[in-house]
Design a protein around this ligand. Structure first.
Ligand code: PLP
Length: 446
C-alpha cells in the first residue's frame, strides 16, 4: 500500500478538514493512512504529491483509453473553449460527435449528458415511457450509478444477505433511500438463464426494461456465459421489454461498437460514458429511432445545463476520432493479453490457485481459488484477504491498481512493453513475498 510521505500526508490532512473523508467519491477512500493524493498524469503514468511515480491500471475507474493528458484531445478542447463553454444551444461539436458516435455504435439516435449515472437513469426513464410499464430487472453485483432506483444488490453488499438464489432479496447498497422504491426492481443473479426466464414469464407485462452490464465491470470483469446476452435479447423481444446495455465501462473500450459489437447482440438502448471522453465528463444515452423518439419536449424529460457542453463534446469528438481511425483497441488488447498471460504464468509457477477474468482491455485476477465465477455470489466465495495482500504489494511497488479486487485492471493505448515488463517484475516480486495466506494456498495446492 501507499506509505504516505510528508506532502501527501499534509495535503490529505487538509482535505479532511473540508471534505468528508478527504475524498469526493466514497470509492476513493482507502483509509487515512493509504488514500493517495495525485498531482498529475501523463500517458500510462501518474504521480502523487511526493512525486512517486505509478504505472496506472486504474485509469480513473476506466475512462482513460488513450492515456492521461492526451495531447490531441487536450488541444482540441483548448481550441474549442476559446469560443466559450456553455451556451444552452446546439453547437457544431455536438453535431460532429453525434455523427461519429452513431456510426461507431450503430445506434440511430443519441442524447448527451455528463455522467454514467445520468445516462442509465435517463435510459430507464425512456424505457418506462416507451413501454408504459414501471418495473425493471437488474442483476446482483451490477452497478449502474448512484441514484436510488438502481442502488440495490450492488457490488459491495454482503452476499450472505442476498438470501436463497431462487428467492433473491434486494439488499440496499446505501442508507437514505425510501423502502418502497425497491418494489420497482426485480433483482436476479447474473448469468442465470432459468431465473430470468421465470421472472419475465411471471412479471413480463409489468417490466419496462432489463438493464445489464454485458460484462460485470464492477465485479472483476465476470463474463457473460455463451448465449446469455442472446437469451436476454430473445426474452425482451418476446415480452415487449426494452433491453438496456449499460456500456459505461465496455463502450469504446472492448470494441469500437462496445459490447454490442463484441458479443454480436444489439440492445434497444445503451448508456455510454467513461472511455468516450478519455477522462472528460461526458456520457450518452443512445438507441433505436422509435424508442429515442419518446424524448419529446413537454413529454419525456431529458436535459441538464451542461449536457453537450463544449468541453465534453469536443473532448469526446477528439477521442472518438482517434478510436475510429486508428487500431487503438486492437493494440490495447495485444498489450493486455501479454500482461494477463504473464501474470497467469507467474501465479502458476508459484502454485497459487487463480483465475483471470474479463477481456484484455479490462480484466481481473482472482487469487485463492481456481473456479471461474459466473455471478456475484460465486465471486464472493473468493479469498479476498489474499487478493488484497497481492494488490497492496503491487501498489507499494509502484503499480497503481484499485485496492478493491472487484475493480478490473484497465489498459490504455499508452501502456507499452516497458510498462508491462516493469509490472510483471513487480508482480513476481509481490507473489514471492505473499504472506501467510499464500503459504496456506501453496500447501493446499501441493
Ligand atoms: C457500469 C457502470 N454504470 C454506471 C456507472 C456510473 O457512472 P458515473 O460514475 O459516471 O456516474 C458506472 C461507474 O463506475 C459503471 O461502472
Amino acid at each position: 500500500m501507499i506509505t504516505k510521505n510528508h506532502k501527501t500526508r499534509q495535503l490529505f490532512d487538509k482535505a479532511k478538514q473540508y471534505i468528508p473523508y478527504g475524498v469526493n467519491s466514497n470509492f476513493r477512500y482507502w483509509g487515512d493512512d493509504h488514500t493517495p493524493v495525485i498531482t498529475h498524469g501523463k500517458g500510462s503514468h501518474i504521480w502523487d504529491a511526493d512525486d512517486n511515480r505509478y504505472i496506472d491500471y486504474r485509469l480513473g475507474f476506466g475512462p482513460i483509453i488513450l492515456g492521461h493528458a492526451h495531447p490531441v484531445v487536450t488541444q482540441k478542447v483548448c481550441k474549442a473553449i476559446q469560443h466559450g463553454t456553455t451556451f444552452a444551444f446546439t453547437t457544431p461539436w455536438e453535431i460532429e460527435l453525434a455523427e461519429r458516435f452513431t456510426r461507431m455504435t450503430g445506434m440511430n439516435k443519441v442524447r448527451l449528458s455528463n455522467t454514467g449515472t445520468e445516462a442509465t437513469m435517463h435510459a430507464l426513464r425512456i424505457a418506462r415511457a416507451y413501454t408504459g410499464r414501471e418495473r425493471f430487472i437488474k442483476f446482483e453485483g451490477q452497478y449502474h450509478g448512484n441514484y436510488d432506483y438502481v442502488m440495490y444488490s450492488t457490488p459491495g453488499v454482503d452476499a450472505e444477505k442476498l438470501g436463497p438464489r431462487t428467492m433473491p432479496r434486494r439488499v440496499k447498497g446505501t442508507e437514505g433511500m425510501p423502502n418502497a422504491i425497491r418494489n420497482y426492481m426485480i433483482s436476479l443473479p447474473y448469468n442465470d438463464f432459468d431465473m430470468v426466464e421465470a421472472a419475465v414469464q411471471c412479471y413480463g407485462d409489468e417490466v419496462a426494461a432489463i438493464m445489464v452490464e454485458p460484462i460485470m465491470g464492477n465485479v472483476a470483469g465476470v463474463m457473460p456465459k455463451p448465449g446469455w446476452l442472446q437469451h436476454l435479447r430473445r426474452l425482451c423481444d418476446g415480452y415487449g421489454i426494452v433491453l438496456i446495455f449499460d456500456e459505461v465501462k465496455t463502450g469504446f473500450r472492448i470494441a469500437r461498437g462496445g459490447a454490442q459489437e463484441y458479443f454480436g447482440v444489439k440492445a434497444d438502448l445503451a448508456a455510454y460514458a467513461k472511455a468516450m471522453g478519455n477522462g472528460f465528463p461526458v456520457s450518452a444515452i443512445a438507441g433505436k429511432e422509435a424508442i429515442m423518439a419518446v424524448v419529446e419536449p413537454g413529454k419525456v424529460a431529458h436535459g441538464g445545463t451542461y449536457c453537450g457542453n463544449i468541453v465534453a463534446a469536443s473532448a469526446a469528438a477528439a477521442t472518438l476520432e482517434i478510436l475510429e481511425t486508428q487500431p487503438i483497441i486492437k493494440n490495447i488488447f495485444a498489450t493486455g493479453q501479454e500482461l494477463m498471460q504473464g501474470m497467469d504464468e507467474i501465479l502458476s509457477r508459484a502454485g497459487v490457485p487463480h483465475v483471470v477474468t474479463g477481456v484484455p482491455s479490462m480484466f481481473s485476477l482472482l487469487v485463492g481459488r481456481d473456479e471461474i465465477p459466473t455471478d456475484y455470489r460465486t465471486y464472493c466465495a473468493n479469498d479476498f484477504e489474499l487478493s488484497t495482500e497481492l494488490l497492496g504489494g503491487l501498489i507499494a511497488r509502484g503499480i497503481m491498481v484499485d485496492d478493491d479486487p472487484r475493480e478490473p485492471w484497465f489498459l490504455c493505448a499508452a501502456h507499452n512493453a516497458q510498462d508491462i515488463a516493469e509490472t510483471l517484475n513487480a508482480f513476481e516480486d509481490t507473489v514471492k513475498t505473499l504472506g501467510v495466506h499464500a503459504k496456506k494456498q501453496l500447501a493446499l495446492a501441493a
